[in-house]
Design a protein around this ligand. Sequence first.
Ligand code: DGI
Ligand code: FE
Ligand code: FE
Ligand code: FE
Length: 188
Amino acid sequence: MKINEAEQAIKAILPEKRFRHSVGVSETAGRLAEMYGANKEKAELAGMLHDIVKYFSDDELKTIILRKPGTWSDSLDYSDKLWHAPAGAIYIEETYGIKDPEILNAVIYHTTGRKQMTLLEKIVFLADYIEPGRDFPGVDEVREAAERDLNLAVFLELQKTIIYLLSKSQSVYPKTFEAYNDLVQQQK
Ligand code: DGI
Ligand code: FE
Ligand code: FE
Ligand code: FE
């Protein structure tokens, strides 16, 4: 699938604001890919498509996830906000025939991260957080880190996300903790 086709596809599916977020993630991911030596086309495509099923109902998302059991199916035991990530990967494989595991994993782990994230996974995870349309406390610190140290930026994003979830008394998916612990090791 070409990037223009992906853009047209999500334009037809997503509300305007989420469409603009997706274009922002795609452009940011492409720029980070150039900076850190990842495949720019894959980063842009994964960024464009990462939230494609964001507005499907919880029942639809569950049904999609259960069609293809994998190591992410345990997300059904956690927040429903996690489901659009693995469901999105299954959806783009089934609907557009995207089979590249690097792209699919970047979509699957864009919300939670996991330990030993690939370069492309880190880039899409980070682009989702710092694209120009985002505005939440601490985002500028992560944006600045992203310009010089990819692992530091991903670490800060995970740290802020976990602190935020704890402050709202929400559950934290174990893979998010695993991603955080993994990156703590690399901060020395
Ligand atoms: O889909 P987006 O809004 O662009 O962003 P996202 O896919 O990163 O979703 C973020 C939401 O997921 C945010 O409201 C926090 C929530 N969330 C709930 N539980 C967890 C979680 N995020 C992580 N990383 N880990 C969790 O356990
Ligand atoms: Fe998302
Ligand atoms: Fe995110
Ligand atoms: Fe997103």
